[in-house]
Design a protein around this ligand. Structure first.
Ligand SMILES: Cc1cc2nc3c(=O)[nH]c(=O)nc-3n(C[C@H](O)[C@H](O)[C@H](O)COP(=O)(O)OP(=O)(O)OC[C@H]3O[C@@H](n4cnc5c(N)ncnc54)[C@H](O)[C@@H]3O)c2cc1C
Length: 474
């Protein structure tokens, strides 16, 4: 029996004082105090659960397998010149992400724009470099109809992709998947666009820089969930300052180097089996929160009394492979050429971004960012080969890259044993899975990117954490 039920039974004179104190001591010893909560994972979802529950007077313990907090928020500094930082995971924060920006403000962190304000974006298509600035479309070397050519990439995107995103706008803060987006969740992006009459080359133009085989519903959801009004931000000094700020406040409550091996529950308590330094430990509490991605939870819920539907999800969901290759450049030479360092291409390096201080003469990074099939192709290469292939693509887009190159770093999220993928990948027709991932099962609760309609964003992890805190403290 939990503390409150015991108190009620005592007040109703269903037990005497001695029996009440004895039962209370037994409940606390076995972790049944209704204020004790265990959390698996110290990514931003686990940290936020711990922070908010601590605020409400709960006794929380977080178990994290790695030796650091932050999970998919990871800022590289080692192996790069002093002052240069590389975001392997979450990089940009839309100006509409009220949960994320709320914690940025609470912790006194400062923001900087993610995309350099000046300079033209580049497109590389069929061997040609084309610049795109101030909405002025280049002459696309593609077989487009007169109407498609007139609309250009921007016009095609506005006409064929924006309407469901616009229709979802009134529900910008609602945690459910907006119906306008669910209605589009029938096919992949290529099928969605060609189904509306776009030619093959027009589909290629609209989807240049990312995989057209992604579910149209998920693609539109990610857009609707970003809904950037004006700009994307980056946390000055590195995005890992956000999980670090949570972690500093939680101090001794986070146990690093603790791999969760099993979740269990019975009528009176929920438990975690953890491996620490080669030894197994079992911990009990009134509630356990799982924030581990469902790419790494296969077999962890055998004694957890999950419904068959939930068990199927925890036994493995598909995740996107995502890879980034960072090229450190002696100076941001592309800025001197009037370029932003951002590019969309039909090469193996499908997208380039740049990161660096405002002064072009200072060091910066050109990075390629691959999602899905192209990331899988790149992941098959050795690190040195990945850097070589990316530098080759960079030289085609930004002549001078080779001459300014100082060194490369690589990150593959599919190869990361703690993640086994980057963000949840929902085949067409599967947007409803997000709500199923989120639903609690007895004393077990589920938070994390894969349990929120802001999936794929830090905002989703934070929203899910606040939902779980409500579930527990209601
Ligand atoms: C390449 C990439 C780009 C992204 N870009 C953006 C972006 O620009 N903007 C944005 O807002 N978001 C972005 N995201 C999404 C964002 O990073 C995630 O939504 C968020 O960080 C996920 O946090 P989480 O706590 O839900 O999960 P995680 O960060 O995955 O946390 C789970 C934690 O569980 C730990 N763990 C795993 N297995 C075990 C185990 N058995 N025992 C104990 N611990 C375990 C992991 O080490 C990890 O720390 C991006 C993500 C990726 C991968």
């Amino acid at each position: 029996m939990e503390r409150n039920s015991l108190l009620r039974a005592y007040n109703l004179r269903m037990m005497n004082r001695r029996q009440f104190l004895g039962a209370l001591a037994a409940a606390s010893a076995s972790g049944q105090s209704s204020k004790r909560v265990l959390i698996a994972g110290a990514g931003v979802a686990g940290l936020c659960c711990a922070h908010e529950l601590t605020r409400r007077g709960y006794d929380v313990t977080v178990f994290e397998g790695r030796a650091r907090p932050g999970g998919r928020i990871e800022t590289l500094r080692e192996g790069l010149a002093p002052g240069v930082t590389a975001e392997t995971g979450a990089t940009r924060i839309p100006d509409t992400h009220h949960f994320t920006l709320g914690y940025v403000r609470e912790f006194g962190l400062s923001l900087e724009p993610f995309h350099a304000p000046d300079g033209a974006d580049l497109f590389h298509i069929r061997g040609k470099n084309l610049t795109f600035q101030n909405g002025k479309e280049p002459d696309w070397p593609l077989d487009l109809s007169a109407e498609e050519r007139k609309l250009g990439r921007l016009g095609l995107t506005r006409r064929y992709l924006l309407p469901p995103v616009e229709a979802a706008r009134p529900e910008a803060r609602s945690p459910r998947v907006p119906p306008a987006i669910s209605a589009a969740d029938r096919t992949d992006l290529e099928g969605y666009l060609s189904g509306q009459g776009l030619s093959r080359d027009a589909v290629e133009l609209v989807t240049l820089g990312f995989s057209p085989t992604i579910s149209a519903g998920q693609m539109l959801l990610v857009e609707a969930s970003s809904e950037v009004r004006d700009t994307f931000y980056h946390i000055r000094g590195g995005n890992d300052l956000l999980p670090a700020a949570f972690a500093r406040r939680l101090a001794g409550k986070i146990h690093y180097g603790c791999r969760v091996l099993a979740f269990t529950q019975d009528d009176s308590q929920a438990s975690l089996v953890v491996e620490r330094g080669g030894e197994r430990e079992t911990h009990h509490a009134s509630h356990v929160i799982c924030t581990l991605p469902f790419s790494v939870t296969r077999g962890l819920f055998e004694g957890a009394r999950l419904s068959p539907q939930k068990r199927k999800l925890t036994d493995g969901l598909p995740y996107f492979a995502m890879s980034k290759v960072f090229l450190q450049m002696r100076e941001q030479f592309w800025r001197k050429q009037g370029l932003s360092g951002f590019a969309f291409t039909d090469l193996l390096s499908e997208r380039f971004w740049s990161l660096g201080p405002a002064q072009a003469s200072q060091r910066g990074l050109l990075l390629s960012y691959l999602i899905g099939p192209k990331a899988e192709r790149l992941d098959a290469l050795a690190d040195t080969e990945r850097v070589r292939a990316t530098l080759e693509d960079a030289e085609r887009l930004f002549p001078g890259a080779r001459a300014h190159f100082e060194g490369g770093r690589v990150k593959s999220w599919a190869a990361d044993a703690w993640q086994k993928g980057a963000t949840i990948r929902l085949p067409p027709g599967q947007l409803g899975v997000l709500a199923q991932c989120a639903s609690p099962e007895g004393r077990l609760h589920f938070a994390g990117e894969h349990t929120s309609r802001w999936s794929g964003w830090i905002q989703g992890s934070l929203e899910s954490a606040q939902r779980v805190v409500r579930e527990i403290s209601a």
